[in-house]
Design a protein around this ligand. Structure first.
Ligand code: 13P
Length: 246
Protein backbone atom coordinates (compact mmCIF):
# COMPACT_ATOMS: atom_id res chain seq x y z
CA UNK A 1 0.00 0.00 0.00
CA UNK A 2 1.23 3.49 -0.83
CA UNK A 3 2.12 5.66 2.14
CA UNK A 4 0.17 8.91 2.15
CA UNK A 5 1.96 12.20 1.54
CA UNK A 6 0.66 15.59 2.65
CA UNK A 7 2.49 18.71 1.46
CA UNK A 8 1.80 22.27 2.58
CA UNK A 9 2.28 24.89 -0.11
CA UNK A 10 2.69 28.13 1.79
CA UNK A 11 2.72 30.15 -1.45
CA UNK A 12 3.85 33.76 -0.80
CA UNK A 13 2.82 33.74 2.84
CA UNK A 14 4.61 33.70 6.16
CA UNK A 15 7.29 35.55 8.03
CA UNK A 16 10.07 34.48 10.36
CA UNK A 17 7.97 34.60 13.53
CA UNK A 18 4.85 33.06 11.98
CA UNK A 19 6.92 30.29 10.34
CA UNK A 20 8.62 29.38 13.61
CA UNK A 21 5.24 29.19 15.36
CA UNK A 22 3.72 27.11 12.59
CA UNK A 23 6.60 24.64 12.51
CA UNK A 24 6.70 24.35 16.31
CA UNK A 25 2.96 23.63 16.26
CA UNK A 26 3.40 20.93 13.65
CA UNK A 27 6.26 19.28 15.47
CA UNK A 28 4.14 19.25 18.61
CA UNK A 29 1.11 17.80 16.81
CA UNK A 30 3.20 15.02 15.19
CA UNK A 31 4.62 12.61 14.47
CA UNK A 32 2.11 11.76 11.76
CA UNK A 33 1.31 8.42 10.26
CA UNK A 34 1.95 9.87 6.80
CA UNK A 35 4.84 11.64 5.09
CA UNK A 36 4.49 15.37 5.66
CA UNK A 37 6.39 18.28 4.16
CA UNK A 38 6.13 22.05 3.84
CA UNK A 39 7.09 24.10 0.78
CA UNK A 40 8.15 27.57 1.90
CA UNK A 41 9.20 30.73 0.02
CA UNK A 42 12.89 30.75 -0.94
CA UNK A 43 14.24 33.18 1.70
CA UNK A 44 12.92 31.04 4.53
CA UNK A 45 14.14 27.65 3.35
CA UNK A 46 17.40 27.73 5.29
CA UNK A 47 15.61 28.52 8.53
CA UNK A 48 12.90 25.96 7.84
CA UNK A 49 15.60 23.34 7.26
CA UNK A 50 17.26 24.22 10.56
CA UNK A 51 13.95 24.17 12.48
CA UNK A 52 13.11 20.75 11.10
CA UNK A 53 16.48 19.15 11.66
CA UNK A 54 15.99 15.77 13.30
CA UNK A 55 12.20 15.98 12.82
CA UNK A 56 10.12 13.70 10.66
CA UNK A 57 8.90 16.58 8.58
CA UNK A 58 10.30 17.26 5.13
CA UNK A 59 10.59 20.53 3.32
CA UNK A 60 10.71 21.78 -0.20
CA UNK A 61 10.61 24.77 -2.53
CA UNK A 62 7.79 26.09 -4.68
CA UNK A 63 9.68 26.38 -7.96
CA UNK A 64 13.12 25.98 -9.52
CA UNK A 65 14.85 27.01 -12.71
CA UNK A 66 15.30 24.65 -15.61
CA UNK A 67 18.86 25.99 -15.93
CA UNK A 68 21.93 24.80 -14.07
CA UNK A 69 23.43 28.26 -13.42
CA UNK A 70 24.17 31.50 -15.21
CA UNK A 71 22.62 34.82 -16.15
CA UNK A 72 19.05 34.18 -15.00
CA UNK A 73 18.30 37.02 -12.59
CA UNK A 74 15.85 36.08 -9.88
CA UNK A 75 15.94 32.36 -10.58
CA UNK A 76 16.98 29.59 -8.18
CA UNK A 77 18.53 26.38 -9.46
CA UNK A 78 17.79 22.86 -8.34
CA UNK A 79 21.45 22.40 -7.39
CA UNK A 80 21.21 25.36 -4.96
CA UNK A 81 18.16 23.79 -3.32
CA UNK A 82 19.89 20.40 -3.15
CA UNK A 83 22.87 21.99 -1.40
CA UNK A 84 20.60 22.80 1.54
CA UNK A 85 19.13 19.31 1.74
CA UNK A 86 15.86 20.20 -0.01
CA UNK A 87 13.67 17.17 -0.66
CA UNK A 88 10.75 18.40 -2.78
CA UNK A 89 10.12 21.10 -5.33
CA UNK A 90 6.71 22.03 -6.71
CA UNK A 91 6.79 22.62 -10.47
CA UNK A 92 4.02 23.77 -12.79
CA UNK A 93 1.67 25.10 -10.13
CA UNK A 94 -1.31 26.63 -11.92
CA UNK A 95 -0.46 30.04 -10.45
CA UNK A 96 2.91 29.88 -12.22
CA UNK A 97 1.39 28.53 -15.42
CA UNK A 98 -1.16 31.37 -15.41
CA UNK A 99 0.82 34.29 -13.98
CA UNK A 100 4.24 33.47 -15.42
CA UNK A 101 3.10 31.86 -18.66
CA UNK A 102 4.87 28.58 -17.88
CA UNK A 103 4.37 26.11 -20.71
CA UNK A 104 3.95 22.34 -20.41
CA UNK A 105 7.47 21.92 -21.77
CA UNK A 106 9.03 24.39 -19.33
CA UNK A 107 7.35 22.56 -16.45
CA UNK A 108 8.75 19.28 -17.76
CA UNK A 109 12.24 20.80 -18.06
CA UNK A 110 12.03 22.03 -14.48
CA UNK A 111 11.05 18.55 -13.31
CA UNK A 112 14.06 17.19 -15.19
CA UNK A 113 16.40 19.71 -13.55
CA UNK A 114 15.01 18.78 -10.13
CA UNK A 115 15.54 15.06 -10.69
CA UNK A 116 19.08 15.67 -11.87
CA UNK A 117 19.80 16.91 -8.35
CA UNK A 118 17.85 14.18 -6.62
CA UNK A 119 14.95 16.44 -5.63
CA UNK A 120 11.44 15.03 -5.92
CA UNK A 121 9.42 17.24 -8.27
CA UNK A 122 5.77 17.65 -7.37
CA UNK A 123 4.32 18.21 -10.84
CA UNK A 124 0.99 20.05 -10.80
CA UNK A 125 -1.66 19.55 -13.44
CA UNK A 126 -5.25 20.74 -13.58
CA UNK A 127 -7.95 22.28 -15.71
CA UNK A 128 -9.62 25.67 -15.46
CA UNK A 129 -13.36 26.03 -14.89
CA UNK A 130 -13.89 26.94 -18.55
CA UNK A 131 -11.99 23.81 -19.63
CA UNK A 132 -14.03 21.61 -17.28
CA UNK A 133 -17.30 23.11 -18.49
CA UNK A 134 -16.22 22.53 -22.08
CA UNK A 135 -15.61 18.85 -21.29
CA UNK A 136 -11.84 19.22 -21.77
CA UNK A 137 -10.63 18.11 -18.33
CA UNK A 138 -9.22 14.78 -19.45
CA UNK A 139 -7.52 16.20 -22.52
CA UNK A 140 -5.94 19.07 -20.57
CA UNK A 141 -4.46 17.03 -17.73
CA UNK A 142 -3.27 14.33 -20.14
CA UNK A 143 -1.55 16.94 -22.29
CA UNK A 144 0.14 18.50 -19.24
CA UNK A 145 1.34 15.13 -17.92
CA UNK A 146 2.34 13.89 -21.34
CA UNK A 147 5.00 16.61 -21.69
CA UNK A 148 6.57 15.44 -18.42
CA UNK A 149 6.40 11.76 -19.36
CA UNK A 150 7.98 12.48 -22.73
CA UNK A 151 10.80 14.55 -21.20
CA UNK A 152 11.62 12.28 -18.26
CA UNK A 153 11.10 8.90 -19.97
CA UNK A 154 11.72 6.05 -17.49
CA UNK A 155 12.51 8.55 -14.68
CA UNK A 156 8.84 9.55 -14.60
CA UNK A 157 8.31 7.08 -11.74
CA UNK A 158 10.37 9.38 -9.49
CA UNK A 159 7.95 12.31 -9.61
CA UNK A 160 4.92 13.06 -7.48
CA UNK A 161 1.92 14.26 -9.49
CA UNK A 162 -0.57 16.69 -7.97
CA UNK A 163 -3.99 17.12 -9.56
CA UNK A 164 -5.17 20.61 -8.71
CA UNK A 165 -8.28 21.75 -10.57
CA UNK A 166 -7.77 25.51 -10.95
CA UNK A 167 -11.42 26.21 -10.07
CA UNK A 168 -10.92 24.54 -6.69
CA UNK A 169 -7.81 26.46 -5.65
CA UNK A 170 -8.45 29.00 -2.92
CA UNK A 171 -12.16 29.07 -3.76
CA UNK A 172 -13.55 26.84 -1.05
CA UNK A 173 -15.04 24.79 -3.88
CA UNK A 174 -13.45 21.35 -3.61
CA UNK A 175 -13.70 18.69 -6.29
CA UNK A 176 -15.94 15.93 -4.98
CA UNK A 177 -14.06 12.76 -4.02
CA UNK A 178 -15.60 11.10 -7.09
CA UNK A 179 -14.56 13.91 -9.44
CA UNK A 180 -11.03 13.88 -8.08
CA UNK A 181 -10.77 10.09 -8.13
CA UNK A 182 -11.89 9.98 -11.78
CA UNK A 183 -9.03 12.27 -12.83
CA UNK A 184 -6.53 10.47 -10.59
CA UNK A 185 -7.46 7.13 -12.15
CA UNK A 186 -6.98 8.64 -15.59
CA UNK A 187 -3.55 10.01 -14.64
CA UNK A 188 -2.46 6.70 -13.12
CA UNK A 189 -3.53 4.86 -16.27
CA UNK A 190 -1.49 7.31 -18.34
CA UNK A 191 1.50 6.76 -16.04
CA UNK A 192 1.00 3.02 -16.25
CA UNK A 193 1.49 3.14 -19.99
CA UNK A 194 4.84 4.87 -19.36
CA UNK A 195 6.22 3.02 -16.33
CA UNK A 196 5.68 -0.30 -14.66
CA UNK A 197 6.04 1.52 -11.35
CA UNK A 198 2.87 3.59 -11.66
CA UNK A 199 1.35 1.69 -8.73
CA UNK A 200 4.15 2.99 -6.49
CA UNK A 201 3.73 6.63 -7.49
CA UNK A 202 2.07 9.23 -5.28
CA UNK A 203 -0.79 11.19 -6.81
CA UNK A 204 -1.89 14.11 -4.64
CA UNK A 205 -5.09 16.11 -4.80
CA UNK A 206 -5.04 19.86 -4.19
CA UNK A 207 -7.74 22.51 -4.14
CA UNK A 208 -9.58 23.68 -1.00
CA UNK A 209 -8.60 20.64 1.05
CA UNK A 210 -9.65 21.25 4.65
CA UNK A 211 -9.77 19.18 7.81
CA UNK A 212 -13.42 18.30 7.19
CA UNK A 213 -13.10 17.07 3.59
CA UNK A 214 -9.61 15.55 3.66
CA UNK A 215 -10.55 12.07 4.87
CA UNK A 216 -13.14 11.47 2.15
CA UNK A 217 -10.70 12.61 -0.55
CA UNK A 218 -7.81 10.57 0.83
CA UNK A 219 -10.05 7.48 1.04
CA UNK A 220 -10.23 7.29 -2.77
CA UNK A 221 -8.26 4.48 -4.38
CA UNK A 222 -5.93 6.68 -6.42
CA UNK A 223 -5.61 9.68 -4.10
CA UNK A 224 -2.42 9.30 -2.12
CA UNK A 225 -2.51 12.53 -0.14
CA UNK A 226 -2.83 16.24 -0.68
CA UNK A 227 -1.16 19.47 -1.68
CA UNK A 228 -2.58 21.99 0.73
CA UNK A 229 -2.61 25.78 0.34
CA UNK A 230 -4.57 27.97 2.75
CA UNK A 231 -5.15 25.28 5.34
CA UNK A 232 -1.40 24.61 5.60
CA UNK A 233 -0.80 28.01 7.19
CA UNK A 234 -2.31 27.12 10.57
CA UNK A 235 -0.69 24.32 12.54
CA UNK A 236 -3.97 22.96 13.92
CA UNK A 237 -5.66 22.89 10.50
CA UNK A 238 -2.70 21.35 8.71
CA UNK A 239 -2.12 18.81 11.48
CA UNK A 240 -5.77 17.74 11.27
CA UNK A 241 -5.34 17.14 7.53
CA UNK A 242 -2.13 15.17 8.13
CA UNK A 243 -4.00 13.05 10.67
CA UNK A 244 -6.80 12.44 8.17
CA UNK A 245 -4.18 10.91 5.89
CA UNK A 246 -3.19 8.25 8.41
P1 13P B 1 -5.88 25.91 -1.43
O1 13P B 1 -5.71 24.69 -0.53
O2 13P B 1 -5.71 27.19 -0.72
O3 13P B 1 -7.10 25.80 -2.27
O4 13P B 1 -4.63 25.85 -2.46
C1 13P B 1 -4.35 24.67 -3.12
C2 13P B 1 -3.05 24.82 -3.80
O5 13P B 1 -2.91 25.57 -4.75
C3 13P B 1 -1.90 24.05 -3.28
O6 13P B 1 -0.84 24.08 -4.15
Amino acid sequence: MRRKLVVGNWKMNGGRVANAELLAGLVEAGPFDADVAVCAPFPYLGEVALSLQGQRLGWGAQDCSKHESGAFTGEVSASMLAEFGCRYVIVGHSERRALHAESDQLVADKAKAALAHKLTPIVCVGETLAEREAGQTDAVVKRQLSAVIHTLAHCISQVVVAYEPVWAIGTGRTASPEQAQAVHALLRAQLHAATQKSDEMSLLYGGSVKADNAASLFAQADIDGGLIGGASLKAADFAAICKAAA
